[in-house]
Design a protein around this ligand. Structure first.
Ligand code: C2E
Ligand code: MG
Ligand code: MG
Length: 562
């Protein structure tokens, strides 16, 4: 008979004495479970740490109910049942217990099954508190981000092909909940959502709490075929039910970013980044929805980040690679050159000439449009001064961005610019793109009012792209309304649209604004559009945007030039 088989002949007191001795030299806690007699025996030290009141507890059920974090109970019961039946001889599990203070503690429990002579099944083992990275989040009881990283590194290294999906879930407007309803309400929402997630997914699926208001679901058990989209929908329905049940005392919604493939060769760090991107996409698309990670969209996002970095470098290098181009604006009566629109260009070694439609929004998002806008303004003003020596009433149109209006002292910049350069205010036309919210934006209204009072002209750009509002036009007293090329195209293709535009232009005229027709490319386009009586024309037909030197050569040969 081997030593191990002798165990059952040793009186219980002696067995307890043995584990008590071992306990003295260990940070783990030792236990003996008689699975057949349903008895649990622990050391004194273990009783100090955990809510176990008796050295020998009869009946595992009530003890576990007190000791084990409820979500983990089913998994534990399954494992114990397999040990009891002889299906497995090792018990290894990481899960959560409560300590005496009611705190959640992540433990690793390992034990070996021994069958005694009388057929009793004993589990001998030890419980170890897991390291700091495994500590549960004390609001939701879930494992934290550090643990996600640790587990995921292992998963990605050992069996990436078994990953079914990872889903990052975020609470929409969590900050608002905390601010308006208080931190306690915020904590409650976190707990509720954690419960909704854990209730929805299979017990074999791991759930982590990441930063503040985000969770990560990792479904990587081999036979899993759950559809993450459906999982998300179910979680969302549960959240809706909870919010409804609580009579909307605290309203919130959740969004999700999902990644389903391409795990091979990635790090946990990368997974965090990609799921964050997908989650942000879901939020950008309006929140309360899911988004699957889209490689193309992500590459595009990375490219935009790169462009931003390159532009930032160029800006601090005295605006290297930036250049202001000028496109002629001619009068409709006689096609005489009356001015030019200043249009910004940026090129770089890596991406070549990048379209303003791409780089202007990047400058706006990053706030870089403020220094760059100033650069354009100064360039345009200096050029205008020079060209006015040849054409005294020449004016330059400069595009403004809403970001400049809201986040910089534009009035001060404009005043300072014309004073330093030495041009009259009427030589500048400041263009602002028409948009829906311009009407309700008091800052824009104030600025327009001040610009007008100081004799600057204002132009409403891209008129016809969606929000054309006559009442507003009257209010801002724009000197010029620029009709967008897309509007012109419609008019060229369709008689009905042509008539509508003709009427709109009549109305614009009756409000005292001049009309500049943009985007005329061909002679027949010009002839047809002349029928609706614009005041000015800007388009490739008369000239493309070009560098100042080319513009001078083409349009401004002075009398004394050869
Ligand atoms: P925008 O202010 O409406 O400028 C007119 C755009 O129409 C220019 O595009 C111009 O090249 C283009 N265009 C002019 N004539 C024709 C034509 O006959 N056919 C066609 N197909 N296009 C024509 P660009 O230069 O690509 O600029 C696009 C937009 O970028 C501008 O639209 C403006 O909103 C913005 N932008 C350009 N420079 C600046 C700037 O310095 N500051 C700000 N905030 N925005 C700028
Ligand atoms: Mg413009
Ligand atoms: Mg325009």
């Amino acid at each position: 008979m081997g030593y191990v088989e002798m165990l059952h002949e040793i009186p219980l007191e002696q067995l307890i004495a043995v584990i008590e001795v071992l306990q003295r030299s260990s940070d783990s806690w030792y236990y003996i479970t008689d699975l057949t007699a349903n008895r649990y025996i622990v050391t004194d030290k273990m009783m100090e740490k955990f809510p176990i009141d008796e050295k020998v507890t009869e009946g595992l059920g009530p003890l576990f109910a007190k000791l084990v974090y409820p979500t983990d109970l089913p998994k534990l019961r399954e494992d114990i049942a397999r040990c009891r039946s002889g299906e497995q001889n090792e018990h290894t599990m990481e899960y959560r217990w409560f300590d005496r203070e009611g705190r959640i503690v992540w433990i690793n429990c390992r034990g070996t099954m021994i069958t005694g002579r009388d057929g009793h099944r004993f589990l001998f083992g030890r419980v170890t508190e897991l390291g700091k990275e495994a500590k549960a989040d004390n609001i939701t009881g879930l494992r934290k981000e550090a643990r996600f990283q640790y587990d995921t590194e292992e998963l990605l290294r050992d069996r990436p092909q078994t990953i079914n999906y990872m889903m990052r879930i975020g609470i929409d407007n969590f900050k608002e909940i905390n601010e308006k309803e208080g931190m306690e309400a915020g904590d409650m929402v976190l707990r509720e959502l954690a419960d909704c997630i854990v209730e929805t997914v299979d017990p074999k699926v791991d759930v982590y709490r990441l930063v503040t208001d985000e969770f990560m679901i990792v479904d990587a058990y081999p036979e899993s075929d759950a559809d993450p989209g459906e999982v998300y929908n179910e979680i969302r329905n549960k959240v809706d039910d909870t919010v409804r049940r609580k009579e909307y005392s605290c309203f919130y919604t959740v969004s999700a970013g999902i990644i389903e493939d391409g795990f091979e060769g990635k790090s946990a760090e990368t997974i965090l980044r990609l799921t964050e991107f997908a989650l942000n996409e879901a939020k950008r698309n309006g929140k309360n929805q899911k988004a699957r990670f889209d490689r193309n969209a992500y590459d595009d996002y990375l490219k935009r980040l790169d462009i931003r970095k390159l532009m930032r470098r160029d800006i601090s290098n005295d605006f290297r690679n930036f250049e202001v181009f000028y496109q002629p604006i001619v009068s409709a009566g006689g096609y005489r050159l009356v001015g030019a629109e200043a249009l910004l260009r940026w090129k770089c070694d890596k991406y070549g000439n990048v379209s303003p439609a791409v780089f202007i929004p990047i400058l706006e998002e990053s706030g870089l449009i403020i220094p760059v806008g100033r650069y354009v303004l100064w360039q345009a003003a200096q050029t205008c001064k020079k060209w006015r020596e040849v054409l005294p009433d020449f004016h330059v149109n400069v595009n403004l961005s809403y970001v400049q209006i809201h986040k910089s002292d534009l009035m001060k910049d404009v005043n300072q610019c014309i004073a330093e350069v030495g041009i009259p205010p009427e030589s500048l036309v400041l263009e602002l793109t028409e948009s829906g919210y311009i009407e309700t934006d008091s800052r824009v209204k104030e600025l327009f009012k001040e610009l007008r009072s100081r004799q600057f002209d204002v132009a409403l750009d891209d008129f016809g792209t969606g929000y054309s509002n006559m009442r507003y036009l009257q209010e801002i007293e724009a000197a010029m309304v620029k009709i967008d090329r897309s509007f012109v195209m419609q008019a060229l293709q369709n008689e009905h649209d042509y008539n509508i535009i003709a009427h709109i232009i009549d109305m614009v005229h009756s409000l005292g604004s001049a009309v500049c027709m943009e985007g005329i490319e061909e002679e027949d386009e010009l002839n047809k559009m002349m029928g609706i009586k614009p005041d000015m024309i800007q388009g490739y037909y008369f000239g493309r945007p070009m560098p100042a030197s080319a513009f001078e050569e083409t349009y401004l040969q002075t009398k004394d030039s050869p």
